[in-house]
Design a protein. Structure first.
Length: 370
């Protein structure tokens, strides 16, 4: 198969998550919804369950307004909206981590608004690196195991977790390889996003197999030339309208610092005797993310380093509306870009935004600055 054929396969999965869910259910598998971000999918997978990402969608918010004020992140609002409307019917449970205030409210509202789908909290510590933080994380995983045993009738074993860790580590490596290949290969921003987005709706072993073939095909294909090279950062970058604007203006995404995309694949689970300890250590080892406590804001330096390493002409910040952690980070990002001589552009994104005409004008002007 050609690269375009592999991309078409991934586009179908990215575009039709409900169809993917129904396929797994028809195979007799049980599906568990996982909210953003850093839900322990290795653990869920090891219990014979299918972890499937929920990031909301570009839908009108009606029912969720009964539970949320208008100034809450629209990702959370649309996840709840879709849950109320039955879009997730068939899943055995939803696991929601506690990494931001909006995620915490999603879990609490879910208990009352979507009673037919059990809510399982994943409580993470703010101080994740000390021994007491690692113990707290491990206790959170034990709670998830206990709740999944009740909600899905699934059983846990350390041996199965060790095997699932191998599966996910391989997937991480393949996705990191794709990200590097995509920085030079002839790919549109929309096609690149499809590869990352589809991973949320496929079993990792299935996704790994397809992306391996895609990587091999892309290595043999032509490279992109003559495009403006940018690093994109934010929580979510999957708006078809916005991706089309990037492509129409000859913008090449050479690296991303996006929670929905590459942030998921930076760190592997380390090789340790006890797989639960290893999984907790992985979370402790994570850095460079707005949702992970870091008073030194090392993420900013990381972004500049990657922009330079990938010869980026500039940085596009996709600012999720009402996302406090991302908004707090913007000022140091802006200062760091200016100090490094990198052009930067801040674009507000929202699940309710259907017209990115203003963003198109901004991107066109941004490109002309290079």
């Amino acid at each position: 198969m050609t690269a375009n054929e592999w991309l078409a396969k991934l586009h179908e999965a990215a575009s039709c998550p409900k169809k993917q869910m129904e396929r797994y259910l028809s195979q007799g598998k049980k599906v568990v919804a996982v909210a953003p971000v850093y839900t322990p999918m290795e653990l869920i997978h090891s219990m014979g369950l299918v972890p499937m990402g929920v990031w909301g969608a570009d839908v009108e918010i009606k029912e969720a307004k009964k539970y949320y004020p208008a100034f809450i992140c629209s990702i959370m609002q649309t996840i709840l909206e879709m849950g109320i409307k039955g879009e997730y019917d068939g899943v055995s449970a939803i696991v929601i981590p506690s990494l931001c205030d909006s995620l915490k409210t999603l879990g609490q509202n879910w208990k009352y608004a979507v009673k037919e789908i059990p809510f399982i909290p994943m409580s993470y510590p703010q101080n994740r690196k000390p021994d007491y933080g690692i113990k707290f994380t491990k206790a959170g995983y034990q709670r998830v195991i206990s709740d999944l045993t009740i909600a899905a009738g699934a059983q846990f074993s350390e041996a199965a977790l060790a095997e699932s860790i191998k599966v996910y580590n391989e997937h991480n490596q393949v996705m990191r390889e794709f990200a590097e290949i995509a920085s030079t290969a002839r790919l549109t921003a929309a096609e690149r996003n499809d590869v990352f987005k589809s991973a949320w709706f496929m079993l990792p072993e299935e996704h790994t197999a397809v992306v391996k073939e895609l990587n091999a095909a892309l290595k043999e294909g032509p490279e992109d030339e003559g495009k403006a090279r940018v690093l994109v950062t934010g929580i979510l970058a999957d708006s078809p309208s916005l991706l089309k604007i990037l492509d129409d203006n000859g913008i090449k995404v050479v690296f991303d610092d996006v929670a929905h995309e590459s942030r998921q694949y930076r760190i592997d689970v380390p090789d340790m005797a006890n797989p639960m300890d290893a999984l907790a250590q992985k979370f402790a080892d994570m850095d460079n993310c707005t949702l992970l406590y870091d008073k030194e804001k090392k993420r900013v330096d990381y972004m500049i380093e990657q922009a330079k390493a990938h010869s980026a002409d500039g940085v596009i910040v996709l600012m999720t509306k009402f996302c406090d952690p991302e908004e707090f980070d913007y000022v140091p990002i802006k200062r760091a870009c200016e100090a490094a001589g990198l052009k930067h552009l801040n674009i507000e994104v929202d699940r309710q935004m259907v017209n990115y005409q203003q963003a198109g004008t901004m991107i066109q002007a941004f490109k002309e600055m290079f």
